[in-house]
Write a protein that binds this ligand. Structure first.
Ligand SMILES: *Cc1c(COP(=O)(O)O)cnc(C)c1O
Length: 390
């Protein structure tokens, strides 16, 4: 009988070693041995299942992939050393010189650099679409367009793309649909249900959940993953067995963590909406969010990230960040500790002012990754810092 999300995330595990360990073992080994020359030949020829070398596969990375496939409802996958290795691999493995990508304009900073500075060197170009005008996307299609690359909710603007629309648009135009599902996690949204061919992750964020290790995943249909696997096996972005083990352990608590992250984020967003020091609060499950209806349709909960826009610009915003007592000043997100980030001067500082304006990153925008501390303590810290920074 098929099991629930939480149960799979806990009970899928590699087969026990001779020691009959309850918590899964860590396989810190670069290669695996064969009992005979014939077994080695057959394993290399893919005639029998078996590990060869940890750049190809390792029991810990296979375990992580199996859990994520169950969570994302996908057939197959690859685990990578970081989220960016996953973003890069999902594109580089499937496209070639002369191909074209349509992407949502609000993307993670490094993904934006890939599309605008890295891939053009190899003749792969891209065009950004604006989600406030889906009708216009048809006109972005070129004869060489092969892929639709989306991020929803987006970082840091929290734009929500209608995945039902995206699935239909990709199908009608024969595009490979790739969705970066890092912000939502599979507990909140499963893009494959809406027709995504590949789902990518930075596991560094909520899948780890405690800010310890880097990792990434590319998940999707077997026929596509076969090409991705060829690429990653021979270019080498393999995840370390230790990191894969940490991330697999973290999957066991993803559901309960996300429930609390989202519950607290909703409380905090509601508390600060209308605050005199703020121009606005953005959170997918606040009815004031421009894509509230879409968020309600495709997300189980609103996620753990909200943004505050402070009045009076950059100096005041910096004073606010400096006045926080508990909330960490760092660029990560999806941690058990709450984090405040000023995208304009940090994660998105490499964008030109025009590029930032286009994706809604104003000088007063602060991204709050709501942690697992008591929500009242998070509220009190923000409240106090708003008063002090006046
Ligand atoms: C962090 C992040 C990435 C990159 O992941 P790394 O693990 O830092 O390489 C990609 N996409 C989104 C949405 C992210 O937040």
């Amino acid at each position: 009988m098929s099991k629930h999300f939480e149960t799979n995330a806990i009970r899928i595990s590699p087969s026990k070693s001779d020691q009959k360990e309850h918590s899964s073992a860590i396989y810190l080994t670069s290669s695996f041995t064969f009992d005979s020359a014939e077994e080695a030949r057959a394993t290399f020829a893919d005639e029998t299942e078996g590990n060869i070398y940890s750049r190809y596969a390792n029991p810990n990375s296979s375990d992580l992939i199996e859990k994520l496939c169950a969570a994302e409802l996908t057939e197959a996958g690859i685990a990578t050393a970081s989220g960016m290795a996953a973003m890069f691999g999902s594109i580089a493995s499937l496209l070639q010189q002369g191909d074209h990508i349509i992407a949502s304009r609000s993307l993670f900073g490094s993904t934006h650099q890939l599309l605008t500075r890295v891939f053009p060197k190899w003749g792969i170009t891209s065009t950004y679409g604006d989600i406030s005008d889906y009708k216009n996307w048809e006109s972005l299609i070129q004869p060489n367009t092969k892929m639709l690359f989306l991020e929803t909710p987006s970082n840091p603007g929290l734009e929500i793309i209608d995945l039902e629309w995206a699935g239909k648009f990709a199908k009608a135009n024969n595009l490979i649909l790739v969705v970066d599902n890092c912000f939502a996690t599979p507990y909140i949204q499963q893009p494959s249900k809406w027709g995504a061919d590949l789902v990518t992750h930075s596991a560094t964020k909520y899948i780890d959940g405690q800010g310890r290790v880097l990792g990434g995943l590319i998940l999707g249909k077997s026929e596509l993953i076969k090409d991705v696997q060829f690429f990653t096996r021979h270019t080498g972005p393999a995840i370390s067995p230790f990191n894969a083990w940490v991330l697999s352990k973290s999957m066991e608590t993803l559901a309960v963590r996300m429930e609390r992250h989202c519950d607290s984020a909703m409380k905090i967003a509601s508390y600060f909406e209308g605050n005199q020091h703020l121009e606005g609060v953005k959170y997918p499950f606040l009815p004031s969010h421009p894509q509230y209806e879409v968020a309600k349709k495709q997300m189980r909960l609103g996620g753990g990230i909200l943004t505050l826009t402070l009045k009076n610009g950059i100096e005041r915003t910096k004073r606010f960040i400096d006045s926080l007592e508990m909330i960490s000043r760092t660029a990560n997100l999806g941690d058990s500790r709450s984090i405040a980030t000023h995208p304009a001067s940090t994660t998105h500082s490499k964008l030109s002012p025009e590029e930032r304006a286009r994706v809604g990153i104003t000088d007063g925008l602060v991204r709050i990754s709501v942690g697992l501390e008591h929500p009242e303590d998070i509220i009190n810290d923000i409240d106090r810092a708003l008063d002090l920074s006046k």
